[in-house]
Design a binder for this molecule. Structure first.
Ligand code: ADP
Ligand code: NI
Length: 214
């Protein structure tokens, strides 16, 4: 792996997400990169593969393209421009094409490196940063922070569920609190436990302040 490919991937991803307001700004990718490299070191995965994969993991995501294959084509075209060998290109594509929570349909990622990147991406959705991203997302969509009685999916109307207009707190129950059980690596699991506790503490604090009991 050439260091210059990683540097170019950083520039590519930075430009790609320059104007993002969907919770996938460049800083998200940068945190996932740092987290992935850290987990890779501990788990004995290939740190450079994890680094370039993390840098490209959202560029390939189908929600930023008209289809899954369109996302893959964009990343592939960029790699070809960088003269990255074909075998490595195939490796990178398969490593990151199943990272997304939804896009991947919960399939296990194919390699240890894919598993590390997926863990790093999921960790960024929980804990203190995850909470901040959740409220930023809700603010951006113009949805409320909390609608009493709408904390769980069963209590939401089908329409609310589909157009994701439910309150930010609902999203904790829909996704954030489920992530710790979806971690792949031991390191990811340990880190998710810590961040999961932060979500629970936060919810306790939130409800007690909402009710005015503290
Ligand atoms: P990913 O790319 O990790 O699959 P999403 O596009 O689902 O993530 O979400 C990006 C960020 O926005 C995450 O931090 C996620 O928790 C948050 N988010 C997604 N959907 C909602 C929602 N309905 N309400 C609040 N936050 C959300
Ligand atoms: Ni991501």
């Amino acid at each position: 792996m050439k260091r210059s490919w990683i540097n170019e991937a950083e520039i590519f991803s930075k430009n790609f997400f320059a104007h993002d307001t969907s919770g996938h700004d460049w800083e998200h990718t940068n945190r996932v990169r740092n987290q992935a490299v850290e987990i890779a070191r501990i788990e004995g995965a290939d740190t450079e593969l994890c680094e370039i994969g993390a840098l490209l993991h959202d560029v390939i995501d189908e929600k930023f393209h008209s289809s899954k294959s369109e996302g893959e084509l964009v990343v592939q075209a960029w790699m070809t421009k960088q003269a990255i060998p074909e075998k490595l290109q195939t490796n990178i594509i398969s490593m990151i094409s199943s990272v997304a929570f939804q896009g991947g349909n919960n399939q296990s990622p194919p390699s240890l490196e894919g598993a590390v990147i997926q863990d790093a991406d999921r960790l960024d959705a929980i804990g203190a940063v995850g909470i901040a991203r959740c409220f930023m997302y809700a603010g951006n969509k113009g949805t409320p922070m909390y609608t009493p009685g709408q904390a769980v999916r069963e209590s939401m109307s089908e329409g609310d569920y589909r157009d994701r207009s439910a309150a930010a707190i609902t999203h904790f129950y829909e996704k954030l609190l489920l992530l710790k059980d979806l971690m792949n690596t031991e390191t990811g699991k340990k880190r998710a436990e810590v961040r999961h506790e932060r979500l629970l503490t936060y919810l306790d604090d939130f409800y007690s302040e909402w009710e005015g009991t503290t």
